[in-house]
Design a protein around this ligand. Structure first.
Ligand SMILES: [Zn+2]
Length: 277
């Protein structure tokens, strides 16, 4: 595990924009086209997520050891898992910020009750149009999803899983994928190789689960098809916002599969590159 390099004593927060996140994803998944997804490129749904790297001065066990690059890498693995369902999560942004309501949370001397973790969401980064992933160092469970209200997904960066045959060795991407499974309407299953089994490294999804996920996505705000995502990116491009457009096209290029939409996104990236030079 990488140690956090940020100055934890500084209560300020900062945001790393998606421009950086997307660029790094593209670099490292450019050879990832061997996906076995049964969904074609144009059937993929894109879902934005906002990741939060929580820091706490008063409750040190909340301060995650993860850095932005760890989250970028683990989201690639999450997307490998979700290619089974034709779903691609993209990092809208990554925030490194102090926990909210620390005075309330530090009052629980015998441990924070699970339903109280909602208080650790920092207010300034809430956005009801997004799925939020809050990374903390220690939780009494591997992951926790609260769907009530704006809710949130809380992930223990020191999570442990029971290894099963054919399972993943990337614990945090499995825990993140499992919790996102709850956000997308899935419930627990008994098969140990399944993504929704509790506490194992399994990551398979069956056909019924895939249907549940694809139906449930339509209840989320802000989801897109690859086609509509291209249109949104192109609107930024024609509106002179090349920097923003670039991250849209980079995300489209990072999705496995072949499609005229993907080729058009590749061409747009070359155009943007030519404008810069
Ligand atoms: Zn669960």
């Amino acid at each position: 595990m990488v140690r956090l390099s940020a100055d934890v004593s500084n209560p300020g927060y900062f945001m790393i924009t998606v421009v950086l996140a997307a660029a790094m994803v593209v670099l490292s998944v450019s050879c990832g086209d061997e996906s076995s997804s049964k969904f074609g490129y144009e059937e993929f749904f894109l879902v934005p997520v906002r990741a939060h790297l929580i820091q706490s001065r008063n409750i040190p066990q909340l301060s995650t050891k993860l850095r932005s690059k760890d989250v970028i890498l683990l989201m690639e693995k999450v997307n490998e898992i979700y290619s089974q369902a034709g779903v691609h999560f993209y990092l809208e942004s990554i925030w490194q910020e102090p926990a909210g309501s620390e005075s309330i949370l530090s009052g629980f001397k015998a441990g924070i009750p699970l339903n109280m973790y909602l208080f650790l969401r920092p207010e300034q980064s809430l956005d009801q149009n997004l799925v939020h992933l809050y990374y903390v160092h220690e939780l009494p469970v591997n992951g926790l999803t609260i769907l009530k209200g704006e809710g949130g997904v809380f992930i223990n960066d020191s999570a442990r899983l029971i290894d099963v045959k054919g399972g993943t060795d990337d614990t945090l991407s499995r825990v993140t994928s499992h919790e996102l499974g709850h956000v997308l309407g899935m419930t627990h299953t008994v098969s140990s190789s399944n993504l929704m089994n509790e506490g194992t490294s399994g990551f398979q999804m069956d056909e019924v689960q895939v249907e549940v996920v694809r139906n449930h996505i339509q209840y989320l705000k802000n989801y897109s098809s690859t086609g509509s995502f291209f249109v949104d990116g192109n609107a930024k491009f024609t509106g002179g916002q090349e920097g923003k457009a670039k991250s849209y096209f980079e995300i489209l290029v990072s999705i496995a599969g072949e499609s005229p939409i993907k080729y058009a996104a590749e061409e747009k990236l070359l155009e943007i590159e030519a404008i810069k030079n």
